[in-house]
Write a protein that binds this ligand. Structure first.
Ligand SMILES: C[S@@+](CC[C@H](N)C(=O)[O-])C[C@H]1O[C@@H](n2cnc3c(N)ncnc32)[C@H](O)[C@@H]1O
Length: 186
C-alpha cells in the first residue's frame, strides 16, 4: 500500500506538473525521472535535464530517442548553474533531484551539498506558487552522510511562512534507506 520513495516522488510530480509547464531534472542519470517529467509537461511544456557526466547525458538521450518525447533539453553541466539556462523571469513548476551516484558507474562521482544546496536555492527563487522541489536522498555511500546532514540542516531552516517541507522516510528500515524531501512554495 505505501509507495516506495521513487513511487512517492513520481506521485508528487504527477500532482504538481500540468501540460505546458517547465520542469527540471537536476540529476538525469539514466533518464528515468526525465521521461516522467517529459510526459507530464507534454508537447507544449519543457524539461531541462542536467548531469555532469557525459555517460549520463548519452544514456538519457538514448532513452529519449526511443520515446515519443521531444520536449527535453539535455545539459551537461552542474545543476548549481541552473540559472544560466533559464530565461529571465521564467518560472518552474517542479524539480527533482535523485542524489548519490549513477547506478553501475563510478561511485566516486556523487552529488555533494556544495552544489545541491545552491541549486535548490536557485530553483526556489524560480518556483511557482504550489510548485515543488523533490529530493530523493540516497546516503548509504561514502560522502552521502555529509550531503544528507547539510541538506537536512538547510531545509529545516526554510521559513515556514513561505514553504512546507516534508520528509518521507521508512524509519524502521536498516542499512540507510533513501528518503524523500519535498519543498512546496506556499
Ligand atoms: C542517483 S544518479 C541519478 C539517477 C537518475 N535520476 C536516473 O533516473 O537514472 C545521480 C546523478 O547525479 C549526477 N550529478 C552529480 N553531481 C551533479 C551536479 N553537480 N549537477 C548535475 N548532476 C550531478 C551524477 O553524475 C549522477 O548521474
Amino acid at each position: 500500500m505505501l509507495k516506495n520513495v521513487l513511487q512517492f516522488a513520481h506521485h508528487l510530480l504527477e500532482e504538481t506538473i500540468s501540460p505546458g509547464d517547465l520542469a527540471i531534472d537536476a540529476t538525469c542519470g539514466n533518464g528515468n525521472d526525465t521521461l516522467v517529467l517529459a510526459k507530464l509537461a507534454g508537447a507544449q511544456g519543457k524539461v531541462l535535464a542536467f548531469d555532469i557526466q557525459k555517460q549520463a547525458i548519452a544514456s538519457t538521450r538514448e532513452r529519449l530517442e526511443a520515446s515519443e518525447y521531444t520536449n527535453v533539453t539535455l545539459i551537461q553541466d552542474s545543476h548549481a548553474l541552473v540559472d544560466h539556462y533559464l530565461e529571465d523571469n521564467e518560472e518552474i513548476s517542479a524539480a527533482i533531484f535523485n542524489l548519490g551516484y549513477l547506478p553501475k558507474s563510478d561511485k566516486q562521482i556523487i552529488t555533494t551539498s556544495n552544489s545541491t544546496i545552491p541549486a535548490v536555492e536557485k530553483l526556489l527563487a524560480r518556483l511557482k506558487k504550489k510548485g515543488l522541489i523533490i529530493l530523493v536522498v540516497y546516503h548509504g555511500h561514502e560522502g552521502g552522510k555529509e550531503e544528507k546532514t547539510a541538506l537536512l540542516e538547510y531545509v529545516t531552516e526554510l521559513d515556514q511562512k513561505k514553504y512546507h517541507v516534508l520528509k518521507y522516510d521508512f524509519i524502521n528500515q536498516i542499512n540507510n534507506p533513501p528518503f524523500v524531501l519535498a519543498i512546496e512554495k506556499k
